[in-house]
Structures are given as C-alpha cells and as structure tokens.
Design a protein around this ligand. Structure first.
Ligand code: HEM
Ligand SMILES: *[C@@H]1O[C@H](CO)[C@@H](O)[C@H](O)[C@H]1NC(C)=O
Ligand SMILES: *[C@@H]1O[C@H](CO)[C@@H](O)[C@H](O)[C@H]1NC(C)=O
Ligand SMILES: *[C@@H]1O[C@H](CO)[C@@H](O)[C@H](O)[C@H]1NC(C)=O
Ligand SMILES: CC(=O)N[C@H]1CO[C@H](CO)[C@@H](O)[C@@H]1O
Length: 492
C-alpha cells in the first residue's frame, strides 16, 4: 500500500518535472522567455492558491518581463502564450484575426444556452455574428432607447425609495439594475417597474458571481480534455427556465401587431426569414427557439457584470474628484434643460464630457482585464518573429497596457482630458478589438451613460473606501472593485 502510494507520488513528481521542462523548452526554442514560478500551471497556480484576481497575476508577469514580445506560461500540456507587446496584441486581435478567431472556450454540445456568439467558434460563430450585428446599429438603439430610458428612471426611483442602498453594497445595487435593464431589453417592458419583472429574481440569482463558477471556468481554461472528461455543463441549471420563458414570449409576440423594438421583436423577424445561410460557404443554421434563447442568454452572461463594473468605475472616480463631478453634473443639467427636461437619445449623445469621463474610467478600470484566443492555424507574431502553432492558447494584455507609463503619462492619474479618441486602438481596449470586439459596446455605453445621467442629476456622490482601501476580488477575467462603496446624497 505504502509502496504504491510512494510510487504514485514519484510518478506525479516526475511527470510534473518533465511537463514543466517541456513547456519551458518549447518557448525558449522559439526565443520567448518562460514564466518560471510555476512551470506546469503557470499563473493559474498563483490564482488558485492565492486571493488575487488573475489579471493582477498577469500584471506582475508583465512588469517582470517589460521588454519581452510575449511570455510563455504553463497550462498543463497546451502551449500557452501571454502576449504583452501591443503590436503583437494587435496582431492577435485584429491584423491576423483569421489565425486567432477562436476564444478558446470549450462547450458541451448538449449545453443549449452556451450555443451563443460569445462561446461559438468557426463558421457557426461567423454566421451568428453577422446575424446579430445589425441589432446594435445606432438606428436600432435609437428605436429601443425608450426601454433604456425607462430602466434608468426605474433605477432612480429604486434608489430614492431604498435609502439603505445609499452607502452600502453599491456593486450589488448596480448589478441588480443591469439585470433589470438587460431583462427589459430582451423581454420588453410594460407599465410596471423593470424592478417588478418576474424574471429579475431568478436572473439576479443566476448571475451572482460565485467561487464555483470561477473554478468551472478555470478548468476549461486549463485544458479542454479535463473539461470534457468531467462532463461539465456551464448553464444547465438555468436551461429549463430560460428556454421556457423565451418560447412563451415568442409565441405571445407572434400574435401581436405592434413593434416594440426589443430583442424579442428581432427574434420574431429572424424566425420569419427562415434558415440563415453563409453566402461564401453555404453553411446553414436554423433559427430555432433554443438557438434564439441562447442568444438572449448572451445579453446576460456577457452584459450584466461588465456594465455594472463600468458604471461603478465611473462612480468611483467621480466620487473621488468633486470638481470633475460638478462639471459632469453641470453638463447634465444644461442638456436636460435644453431638451425640455427629457434625457433623450440625442441628449445623452450630446454629453461629450460625460463620454470623456466614461472613457477614462474604463481605461483605469477596464471591466475585462485580459482576453483569450486560440490559434486556429500556424502563424508568426510580428514582434520577435514568434512561431505560433495551431492550438496554442493566447492571453492578451488589456489592463496592463492601459496602465503602462510608456503609453500613458502618469497612468494612475484620472484625467478625462486625455485624448483617448486620438489613441491607437492597440493601447485602448475596454471592449476588446478586432473581429470579436464586444458586440454590445454601443448598447452598453448608452445604458451606462443614461443611468449615470439620471442618477447624477438626482444625487451627489462620494467614494467611501473601507479600511484597507480598494482591492480587487479573486476573479478570473473581470475586475471586481471591492472594499469600496458610493455614498449617495439626494439633490432633489
Ligand atoms: C461596459 C460594458 C461592457 C464591456 C466593458 C464589455 C467588454 C467586452 C469585451 C472586452 C469583450 C471581448 C472582446 C474581444 O474578445 O475582443 C466582449 C465581448 C462580447 N460582449 Fe461585451 N462588454 C460590455 C457589455 C456588453 C453587453 C451589454 C452585451 C450584450 C448586449 C455584450 C455582449 C458581448 C458579446 C456577445 C461578446 C462576444 C462577441 C464575440 O465573441 O463575437 N457586452 N465584451
Ligand atoms: C455533454 O453532457 C452530457 C450530459 O451532461 C453528456 O451526456 C455528454 O456526453 C456530454 N458531451 C460531451 C461531448 O462532453
Ligand atoms: C471615447 O472613446 C471612444 C472609443 O472607445 C471614441 O470613439 C470617442 O470619441 C471617445 N469620446 C471622447 C469624447 O473622446
Ligand atoms: C483628439 O484626437 C482627434 C483625432 O486625432 C483629433 O481630431 C482631436 O482634435 C483631438 N482633440 C483634442 C482636444 O486634442
Ligand atoms: C482559453 C479559455 O478558455 N479562456 C476562457 C477562460 O475563462 C474565461 C471566463 O472566466 C473566458 O472568458 C475565457 O474565454
């Protein structure tokens, strides 16, 4: 017994040693430094055993190899490359997109709700992305703006009638709002408050970030084989509820004549048009209720937390800079008066200073700290001439670049006057970049700015950092600002 145990320990140690050695040589041969602190699991080891966010661990590596074109990292048997040089990052995301068009997510085919553009790859993704893109044009957003506006007004009412939210659990309050607002955009609105929607309670519970969901994502990140072996499903718990709700909604809408400009309307249109076909390859997809439910689901999975984080980022900065807050509020008040006490789509678009503040807040706190891709065909990265083989996992820096003094003078200083629209896209990527850039960016910005305008018209704010100061939650891809709250004081 003891012998057997010892033997297995020895076998594991030998395996770990050779696995690490192999990974190291793999990258050294290609002229790339290798992250040596843990040769087998790389930054994931630090993530699993520590209490910091993964992006912070990457940031340490970034600072350790400031001039490397990329850094090899351990990830069991899959070669993995952490891309730090902005030109290389740009190649992965944009200029060589065809070689890196996958996010590298594994999904179980029977996991219906994971069949959405966030997780899809290959020609299926391409077709679905083409189909969903027109949903977020300026014209469509203008039509659905009345829903965005109602959500923001309901949010203000909610704040006004719940003074217990004025100094505590700000991020929770914002997540609830984003869940309600996304629900309104997908399912439509009626007379009652978006906060009284029957969907809110369940979706709110589903999207509460938990340690378990971190672990599940982490397994899939490390190795698709392990993921398949364990037979994990991402969203099975919500499948029945969600698909049922969408089916019911679609059948109901088929009977209606009036256009409401929400996501459900668009689904009906898509189904009327029948099978979707890629002109080039002839590949076809049938828009079933299930497929559309999965697309509705991406609004929640991809939309709720980053939008809440973005609003939080702006509030944290404004609550620390009273002079900038005053200027934002003055702009809101002026535009509000100009538009006859309405915050219309055009009114929100006119708030240039708010836009600058939003942009700069997302430079300092990009809600997604780094991105992942999978190489789908052998290629070469321009800086350092790095050969990358099909199947390699890529991690690209965002937060690190946003905070690099080589690209931003005094990067830790919040300064809305930085000309970010002058900035090359490889240095500013809160919504990612290239072919897989955030499809909801316009919608998210509109939602966030509308909420901010309504709230800041009604409240003054101050940022309250609790004992020990602001820190980040132990999350994989998100930035979650913790130990900090917003104190709201009424101005009405
Ligand atoms: C401020 C809020 C948001 C931020 C900061 C954000 C950020 C991002 C980022 C960084 C990516 C990855 C892009 C890449 O890989 O290059 C992404 C992808 C995506 N986002 Fe957002 N997002 C936000 C809100 C939303 C909303 C509200 C929706 C839904 C309406 C949404 C839908 C998506 C989808 C579907 C993808 C995957 C696109 C694809 O793979 O083709 N996002 N987002
Ligand atoms: C997906 O999950 C189901 C049940 O959870 C399982 O029966 C099936 O074999 C899995 N498929 C793959 C490819 O892992
Ligand atoms: C904010 O950033 C976006 C790019 O993300 C840019 O198009 C826009 O012009 C910027 N706004 C201002 C006021 O600079
Ligand atoms: C910011 O950069 C854009 C693009 O280069 C330019 O058109 C604009 O005038 C600049 N704005 C300021 C205030 O410098
Ligand atoms: C390579 C890979 O699968 N990366 C994923 C890791 O997990 C996050 C979610 O926590 C995904 O967004 C990445 O795509």
């Amino acid at each position: 017994m003891i012998v057997l145990l010892l033997l297995s320990v020895v076998i594991i140690l030998v395996y770990v040693y050779f696995n690490g050695k192999y990974n190291e040589n793999y990258w050294k041969k290609r002229g790339v430094p290798y992250y040596e602190d843990n040769k087998v699991l790389g930054p994931y080891w630090d993530f699993l055993t520590g209490d910091r966010a993964l992006f912070q661990i990457f940031y340490d590596i970034y600072k350790k190899y400031p001039n490397a074109p990329a850094v090899g990292i351990g990830s069991l048997v899959t070669p993995s490359l952490y891309v730090t040089d902005p030109t290389n990052v740009h190649a992965v995301m944009q200029t060589d997109f065809a070689s890196f068009s996958d996010r590298g997510f594994e999904k179980n085919e029977s996991d219906i709700l994971a069949d959405n553009i966030l997780f899809m790859h290959g020609r299926r993704w391409k077709l679905m992305r083409q189909l969903m893109t027109p949903l977020f044009t300026a014209a469509k957003l203008k039509n659905m703006y009345y829903i965005v506006d109602k959500s923001a007004l309901d949010f203000v009412d909610y704040l006004k009638s719940n003074p217990d939210t004025w100094e505590r659990n700000t991020f929770d309050t914002l997540t609830t709002f984003c869940c309600a607002a996304i629900g309104a955009a997908v399912f439509g609105i009626g007379e009652q408050s978006t906060y009284d929607s029957p969907f809110l309670k369940i979706t709110r519970a589903a999207f509460y970030p938990s340690w378990w969901s971190n672990i599940r994502f982490s397994i899939s990140n490390l190795s698709s084989t392990v993921f398949k072996l364990l037979n994990l499903k991402y969203f099975s718990d919500y499948e029945k509820f969600f698909i049922g709700a969408i089916k019911q909604l679609l059948r109901q809408r088929e009977q209606e004549k009036t256009k409401r400009h929400d996501f459900a309307d668009i689904c009906i249109q898509i189904q009327k048009n029948g099978a979707m076909k890629d002109g080039e390859t002839g590949y076809e997809v049938i828009p079933t209720d299930e497929l559309l439910a999965a697309q509705a689901f991406f609004f929640y999975v991809a939309g709720v937390e980053p939008t809440a984080t973005a609003i939080f980022a702006v509030l944290i900065q404004l609550g620390k800079h009273p002079d900038i807050l005053k200027r934002v509020q003055n702009e809101i008040i002026d535009v509000y008066a100009k538009y006859n006490k309405q915050l219309t789509y055009d009114a929100i678009s006119e708030m240039q200073y708010l836009d600058k503040v939003f942009n700069e807040s997302l430079r300092i706190f990009p809600p997604i700290g780094f991105l992942t891709r999978r190489c789908v065909r052998d290629t070469v990265l321009p800086v350092g001439n790095i050969k990358v083989k099909k199947g390699t996992r890529m991690y690209t820096a965002i937060y690190e670049i946003h905070h690099d003094p080589r690209y931003y003078e005094y990067p830790e200083v919040f300064d809305p006057e930085r000309n970010l629209s002058d900035q090359k896209s490889e240095f500013y990527m809160p919504f990612g970049n290239g072919g897989r850039i955030c499809i909801g960016a316009r919608f998210a910005k509109l939602q966030a700015k509308s909420a901010l305008a309504h709230v800041l018209r009604n409240f003054n704010i101050e940022t309250v950092e609790h004992k020990g100061g602001l820190r980040f939650g132990k999350d994989q891809v998100q930035l979650r600002m913790k130990n900090v709250d917003i104190k709201f004081t009424p101005r009405y």
